[in-house]
Design a binder for this molecule. Sequence first.
Ligand code: AGP
Length: 608
Amino acid sequence: MCGIVGYIGKKNAVDILIDGLKKLEYRGYDSSGIAIVDGTQLIVEKAEGKLQNLQNKIEGLSLYSNMGIGHTRWATHGRPSDANAHPHTSQNGRFAVVHNGIVENYLTLKETYLAGETFTSETDTEVVAHLLEKFYNGNFEQTVVKVLDVLEGAYALVMVCADEPDKIIACRKDSPMVLGVGDEESFVASDVPALLAYTRKCMYIEKGELCVLTKEGIVIKNHDLQPIEKEVHTIEWDAEAAEKDGFEHFMLKEIFEQPEVFKKTLAGRVQQGKVQFDEFTLTKEQISRWKKIYIVACGTAYHAGLVGKQVIEKLVRIPVEVEIASEFRYRDPMLDEDTLVIVISQSGETADTVAALREAKLKGCKVLAITNVVGSAIAREADYVIYIWAGPEISVASTKAYTTMLIAEYLLGVYLAQQKGVGEEAALTAILDGLQQLPDLAAQMLTEDYLAQIQQAVASYRDVNDIFFIGRGLDWSIALEGSLKLKEISYIHAEAYAAGELKHGTLALVTEKTPVVAICVQESTYDKTASNIKEVKAREARVLAIVNEGDNQTQKFVDSVLAIPKVHNFIAPVLAVIPLQLISYYTAKIRGCNIDQPRNLAKSVTVE
Ligand code: AGP
């Protein structure tokens, strides 16, 4: 939620800030702004709406500075407007601040330190700028420490002071931030894509650390302003991976990247029929201790968890519960040292999932994370990490991260079974063989012809108000993901139902005006799902079915079918969700929706 960027060096900061904000726009896109110091004058420009509005506003202003900060916002306190856009400034106009997170005690701070002052926005962030002015003693660094001492909440803050224009100060607590180390230039940003065009060298910082960026380099200091050593990491993602690369939308590009990223998720993890993770080893004794597993996540990652439950229960025979992270920590779950908690998060920074991870650790559980982002809060705080290696996912609607989360879960399931010594070796080997086929099979699906079939199948969805997705077992898990994807980007109300559950109430809603997408891939439940499809057909719903290649039956009683290549049935969800992703994409497209940046949403949800 919100993207922040800062630059100090020899180039024009304005260009670098705008470029960085473009790369971070997926984090929030309801308003944006920049602040630069020209000489000793602080100049702030902001605009409501997309970043393009800010670009239009500053075009022709000939802004120039070697340092500055920028922000793209996803509103929490105060509606999207010019006034509420960041950067926020102090009353005397000498300090500017950009912020990602929430200052929870901002009302108390106003009353305690800033009574009588005039605020120009409804935001929590503006108090930080005012406090900087209030506490300023001629030393910017000391002043920032004093301000941080009174702040409560979550923040990534980047600040400039017009009286000390040779530095930018950045700090974080529970909100993401990465520092970019350049050659006579320094960068700070919410996420790596903003840095990739300039540097591969980065540093991650912890709560309570103060980063002083100058053009000579970055010095990280502790609370007493003593310098501390930090490891410099190399970013592996390439710059092209964060560009659209000829595709009309990031979402379509990311759907098409799936065959390649499947290879990366699998690479090196299956050796002579055994799964191994570079990141960690678990012994039979460790695994045998776990009597119960919780999978905790949000949104699409939660849907991946629903598949994970079935994978682990079937292969490892340990009971698994899947929980929405925002519910998990508030209901006093029964956790102890004999429980493994698996958290799943593409970004590794989703506030609810981070909070659930911490709750689990407090209760003595081991935490295993499945994530995409190296150095993210979740990656750093978990005991064991499986990276999905999906590369940067920019589209708000998650696609390749979901499918690679599933692959990671299948690998984990087989790994736990092999290490624990449960399950038939041949059955596990068959799953691993199937996983290895996924890159090629996914590539075979993504043809012009297949896309045309999907566009034809969804042409009638342009004006519908409601759509149902149905399936059983693993097919139901991906039905839930298909329905979320459609809601998220096409704004059509969609519901996913366990196919057998429809007749217990929801069937009352099914008419000729409610199309149904039926997933009939799982062979063990095929006959039952077929009966449920006939029930909705009898209510005149138009049915589009996702079927296995070679299925000549289903097409006889539905309106249209989309086939997926034949693969080991247990891992078929990885392929069967691809047509669902494309159904959402093309439906949103014919409805003229903003596919990569759907209304009211942001890629990373760093507020609870
Ligand atoms: C996916 O399409 C969504 N945008 C959303 O549900 C997302 O999966 C959720 O916010 C969790 O994000 P995370 O994986 O980064 O934790």
